[in-house]
Design a protein around this ligand. Structure first.
Ligand SMILES: Nc1ncnc2c1ncn2[C@@H]1O[C@H](COP(=O)(O)OP(=O)(O)OP(=O)(O)O)[C@@H](O)[C@H]1O
Ligand SMILES: [Mg+2]
Length: 398
């Protein structure tokens, strides 16, 4: 059996030697690399792609959180496990959000350490194996569409909620909208639905979860869209795992034709699961350099994950060439065509968010509403057959 390659990242030489010592008894694990700083870890991880990285949180210079973020973006094959000391819960939470898969509290025993590494590694392998079969099941008529970006504030929630509403109207089918921005989700606010229960309450009944119990947790918006709201407090997010998300999606597939998922700007395991299980990913960008850089990095990660090209559509929000970057240049940087252009229209978008009325219902004459309605029609068409699937949407303006 091949051993699991482990890299240890800790600024203390003593800690690294202790861990090496602990792992030297394991038949399944092998320490292949050590790094004494976050920077070194990022470089070595890129070169050597260890299976598992044990990452200390507190290090001078680049800390373990930042290093985890860099590694999960650039070396998604490596799994990061955080090592913390008691009382660092806030840091641990940040590290998990940055993409760490699990954490260990120092001091830990050799058994604890090797069990955690092996468990996390085996779970991750199972998750990766599932990707392909789930995507090729043609008999599944329901479609999962995840709205994603590697940058915050680009319009994910605006697009996800308006798209869900417009698809419910144009397809006349059942549409679910899931808020997977687990810490700061605002779908419920954007759609002005009153929240009794959220995904946090739902996972408490996880053992019994089926389609009918799921319905009790879905809140009905007046458009007909059923919403599964995000937790009411950011700290509840950590109780929701990739397994939960996987089961929620599979249950929703039994009774909804379209499942639209809003996400946070990260490759947290819950978001990754949603991306894995999606039929389509709409990656949202705006036309400014920091966003383009992050979106490019996000597309590269999806490439590493072997997502087929046609699974991903690039949506340009607040589209305009008047700030110095041309659409053509954006497309050649990303090596991808823009699939949909959504214009900037603050009066419409912001007023609609403040009132809780989706603009695809109340302001259908605006270009911004038309862009999203067309997106919905195209997605329905792609599912139900018909037109050339690869054609980008018609440019609506400019
Ligand atoms: N096309 C648009 N025209 C004008 N304003 C827009 C447009 N799209 C989004 N906005 C505004 O940009 C802000 C961010 O939008 P939104 O909350 O949808 O982004 P997000 O990607 O979900 O952000 P977060 O990462 O914080 O969840 C909001 O104030 C929204 O009203
Ligand atoms: Mg959002």
């Amino acid at each position: 059996m091949e051993k699991i390659n482990v890299m240890i990242v800790d600024d203390s030489y003593e800690t690294r030697s202790n861990i090496k010592q602990l792992l030297s008894f394991s038949r399944k694990l092998k320490v292949t690399t050590e790094a004494a700083s976050g920077e070194e870890a990022v470089i070595l991880a890129g070169e050597l792609r260890p299976d598992v990285i044990l990452m200390d949180i507190n290090m001078p210079g680049m800390d373990g959180i930042k290093a985890t973020e860099e590694i999960t973006l650039n070396v998604p094959d490596s799994i990061v496990i955080i090592m913390s000391v008691q009382g660092e819960t806030e840091y641990v939470r940040k590290a998990m959000t940055a993409g760490a898969r699990d954490y260990l509290c120092k001091p830990f025993s050799g058994d604890e350490l090797s069990e955690t590494i092996i468990n996390v590694y085996e779970n991750e392998m199972k998750r990766r194996e599932k990707i392909t079969p789930l995507l090729t099941k043609d008999e599944i008529r329901s479609r999962v569409i995840t709205i994603f970006s590697t940058k915050g504030g680009v319009g994910k929630t605006t697009i996800a909620s308006n798209l869900a509403v417009s698809m419910a109207r144009s397809s006349k089918k059942r549409v679910a909208l899931v808020d997977l921005d687990l810490q700061f989700g605002d779908v419920a606010i954007m759609l002005n639905v009153s929240v009794k229960n959220t995904i946090s309450d739902l996972v408490k009944e996880f053992g019994q979860l089926d389609s009918s119990l799921m319905e009790d947790y879905m809140v009905t918006h007046f458009s007909g869209v059923k919403v599964l709201p995000a937790p009411v407090k950011p700290e509840y997010a950590e109780y929701i795992t990739a397994n939960h998300v996987e089961k929620i999606i599979s249950i929703l597939r039994e009774s909804y034709s379209y499942i639209i998922i809003d996400t946070s700007a990260s490759f947290h395991e819950t978001v990754l699961t949603s991306l894995d299980l999606s039929d389509k990913i709409l990656i949202i960008s705006t036309l400014d350099l920091p966003t383009i850089k992050n979106v490019k990095a996000g597309l590269d990660v999806m490439d590493t994950l072997n997502y087929p090209q046609e699974k991903i559509h690039v949506v340009l929000n607040k589209a305009s060439e008047q700030f110095g970057i041309r659409y053509r240049d954006f497309e050649s940087t990303l090596h991808k065509q823009i699939w949909s252009y959504v214009p900037e229209d603050s009066p419409t978008v912001v007023t609609s968010a403040n009132k809780g009325f989706p603009f695809v219902m109340t302001r259908t004459e605006t270009k911004v509403a038309k862009a999203i309605i067309d997106m919905g029609i195209e997605l329905v068409r792609e599912t139900e057959g018909g037109v050339n699937k690869k054609s980008p949407l018609r440019k609506l303006f400019g």
